[in-house]
Design a protein around this ligand. Structure first.
Ligand SMILES: N[C@@H](CCC(=O)N[C@@H](CS)C(=O)NCC(=O)O)C(=O)O
Length: 234
């Protein structure tokens, strides 16, 4: 049994998709990031970066935070979606790290300047919009001669897909990217992906719209971390 610490955002959905693909038994523990659940002492012990997703594997007692590490853990536990052979494994890992270090952060910042900023900041918006589109083009080129990012369907695809899902809301367009569109439609049609994407879709609430939620999510600094960790037993 896996405990999934989750909120329905692209980073959370990477893991709900993987759990569904692997047919793991799991229990979902909501981490309402607009209400400050990410600062609760019990959660910080599992996820010291005060971010979800995180998991606890009840079978081993191991806890893991960071989406990429969680995907690797689950893939190794199940023996699926991350090949053992070195060349195939590193095909997957390089695209997994590409997502974690590029597509996710750039799309996340673009989302901030599209959805949450109080005063428009055109320079920042354009910087991240161009970067998001550049990364979509990188995927499109990669997918010219292969069905999935690393050949076979893998955790690299599961990591990238939820960050392509909001492309319209982010002001982008898949029309110039024929190969990416094919990849996107193929992943979207997988029943496990649909179940993973739908998890918690009714509980989003106003976490990013109200001023209180905005302050929790975007008013964080070093002091926030120091204060929250005073309550964490070591
Ligand atoms: N690099 C992390 C990013 C996780 C992340 O940024 N999660 C966001 C939601 S998408 C979060 O928990 N935010 C809480 C906050 O901003 O306080 C991963 O891939 O798991």
């Amino acid at each position: 049994m896996i405990d999934l610490y989750f909120w329905p955002t692209p980073n959370g959905r990477k893991i709900s998709i993987m759990l569904e693909e692997c047919e793991f038994e799991y229990e979902t523990i909501p981490v309402d990031i607009g209400r400050g659940d990410q600062f609760k002492p019990d959660f910080l012990k599992i996820s010291p970066n005060n971010r979800m997703p995180a998991i606890v594997d009840q079978d081993t007692g191991i806890s893991v935070f960071e989406g990429g590490a969680i995907l690797m853990y689950l893939a190794e536990k199940r023996g699926q979606f991350l090949p053992r052979e070195q060349d195939a494994r590193f095909e997957v890992l390089q695209w997994l790290f590409w997502q974690a270090g590029g597509l996710g952060p750039m799309a996340g910042q673009l989302s901030h300047f599209v959805n949450y900023v109080k005063e428009p900041v055109p320079y920042a918006h354009d910087r991240y919009a161009n970067e998001f589109d550049r990364l979509l083009a990188v995927m499109d080129v990669r997918l010219r001669d292969r069905e999935y990012l690393a050949g076979e369907y893998s955790i690299a695809d599961m990591a990238a897909f939820p960050w392509v899902v909001p492309y319209k809301r982010l002001g982008s367009n898949l029309d110039p990217f024929e190969n990416l569109r094919r990849w996107f439609d193929s992943i979207k049609s997988r029943p496990a992906v649909r179940r993973g994407i739908d998890l918690g879709k009714d509980w989003r609430g106003d976490e990013a719209r109200g001023d209180a939620a905005h302050a929790v999510m975007f008013g964080q600094n070093a002091q926030t971390v120091m204060d929250a960790n005073k309550l964490v037993e070591t």
